[in-house]
Design a protein around this ligand. Sequence first.
Ligand SMILES: CC(C)(COP(=O)(O)OP(=O)(O)OC[C@H]1O[C@@H](n2cnc3c(N)ncnc32)[C@H](O)[C@@H]1OP(=O)(O)O)[C@@H](O)C(=O)NCCC(=O)NCCS
Length: 380
Amino acid sequence: MSDAKFKPGLEGIYAGQTAVAEVTQTSLRYRGYEIADLAEHCCFDEVAHLLLHGELPNRKQLADFRGRVQSAMTIPANIAEMVRQFPEKTPPMDVLRSVVSLLGHFDPDAQDNSPAANLRKSERLLGQIAAAVGLWCQKVSKFSAVKPDPSKSHGANLLAMMTGKPGSELAGRVMDGTLILYAEHEFNASTFTARTIASTLADMHSAVTGAIGALKGPLHGGANEAAMHQFLEIGSADNVEKWFRDLQEHNKNHPDNKKLIMGFGHRVYKNGDHRAGILREWSLQLSKETGQKHWIDMADKLQALMLKEKNIHPNTDYPAAHAYYQMGIPIDLYTPIFVCSRVTGWCAHVMEQHVNNRIIRPLSEYIGPPPRNVTPIDKR
Ligand SMILES: CC(C)(COP(=O)(O)OP(=O)(O)OC[C@H]1O[C@@H](n2cnc3c(N)ncnc32)[C@H](O)[C@@H]1OP(=O)(O)O)[C@@H](O)C(=O)NCCC(=O)NCCS
């Protein structure tokens, strides 16, 4: 049928075109802007506007955008009631997956895939997903709802909604910065999932629901939670070397059940993920306020060991883990924070797919039994 070669994990395959972001070995650009430049000069709301509307906003556009997103930071009462009935042990990623699906039932634009309707839904989802995370935190941690402060960034408001109190100015800035770094990354697994769903001309809520499911796994968004569990398991910088050697020993003795070191490695950035360096610096600044520099010491030691022994660099999830931990955020909320940010990238890609669509339907290489005839059931 085709002479194209199969590549496991589609590594190195161009599966589509996009104007949303460009990833190279050494850079990440959102619509042409380098991530470090955005992180230094913008708040997340500006970056979200860039991804969804195509350009950075001026002051008036930013105020209007923030106003629309903040007015969507509420969950309809009937859905909120359902969420309160979910078992408390439900992983928050599953809560978000269900909430986005439920929100689709009540969205006035749910079945409308026009660019204008998709944009309205994207802005609403940006507000509603943050509100859903806040609602879940209220239920589990038993505090009263925190209303978004119109003078504050999305990140600062999200932090307050997750913890029940306003964080420090620095913590709000770091949270907002992590949202910038997490917002978009071209054809990663969750975005590709969203685009595949959108390519059938299914709606925005279906695409985002599927993307949340894809993000949950520890090889993708779930790595920030796994990295923190790993830091807790290691315990201290003094134990890094022993922990690392024990893991290498395990891998040598169990070649079929090798353990990965979470927060390391990347399909594209084989020489380092520059977002990780930016976020490590922010986490270090935070540690001067929280007095928790030991997490960074431990992380740096493991990073040096990984580089020396395996030539593998950390990814963004690695410093995100110790930054969020210092903010007092429960670990199972780290990947939901990723959702609060990446929803902008997903929605931008869904819109791009819908305006220039061809259904995504690749081929597979068959490796099953050769052709054979059915034996009638009584003769089997
Ligand atoms: C991100 C990830 C899925 C990329 O996978 P990939 O592109 O298929 O990478 P590869 O499996 O080809 O990696 C090449 C080698 O490095 C090893 N490697 C990659 N990441 C590793 C890690 N985190 N810990 C230990 N070894 C790792 C692989 O085992 C492989 O070794 P081998 O050649 O001896 O088999 C992978 O690095 C990973 O699982 N990392 C941990 C989870 C994580 O942090 N995910 C967040 C991604 S942003």
